[in-house]
Design a protein around this ligand. Sequence first.
Ligand code: ZN
Length: 309
Amino acid sequence: MLRGWLPQGKIAAVCFSIDDIHPGTSQDAYEAGGDLTRGALGRMLDLQRRHPELKLTLCVTPDWRLKSLVPDTHLLRRIPWLRERVHWTRLHPPGHFRLDRYPQLVSCLNGLERCEIVPHGLHHCHRGPRFAVEFQDESIDQCAAKVEQGLSIFSAAKVAFVPGYVPPAWNAPSALIAALGRCGFRFLCSARDLNTPIAPDAVTSMSGLAGVSLIYPEFVGQPRLVHLSCNFQATSPYERAFDILELGGVLHIKAHIFKAGGGHVMQDGLDADYCAYLDRLFCRIKQRFGDALWWPHLSEVAERARLAA
Ligand SMILES: [Zn+2]
């Protein structure tokens, strides 16, 4: 277990990351930031106003294509050879939600205080049944090409971002991890585990990378990236957060920017109820731990972890 990554006087960290931000508005399947501060981003800012310590990591998809998160019923899905080679759900054409076509959203995101941005895939889709899992069996070169394509869209759109990566659906096969190291990334969040009991040596076994620390920063890949697991969401009891903080870990809370749309409901969608739940959680942990809590960006934890190592 890595030690010495917390700043002096701090006993644990609280991080919050939000996935799937893209230009979709309330007129589309998902309002995913496109309504700017009148929509989900506004709820997020209200929460930050109530808790000025809170910093956010916004996971933004450069060219989102999913119109729905449920499969359609096309007959091709039933043909064994074809089922892996066709799209299982309706997609927007490439470029429809490409960030450089939405300068207002980009300037809104770039201008948010106490928010950092990381890439969240390229299109957030894939052929075959695991249609939201963008990185699956690709080679290192293929992964690197997708990552670079996302970065060139960020660059064309002038998105200010930090060198961390949150792959869609938490899935980071070893080829992607190698590609991220090659592309200069410094940290990665590719595991979510809401079930494993909190303990110093607990490791992840739910979504994404298995066997990495559930509550502490850890190094993966070569060149090394700092890995930070996600361990809390709307359905998690407050006690889980207390346990992580008592053990000096990173409480890494996850939300998705939209709650429902395209025939699908997100358990951790950032609606008013989830914001109220988090508001109460933050009040309680501040009451209990006070100034001993550190409220960093994920990138700050990663950089402290690199220094400590
Ligand atoms: Zn996602």
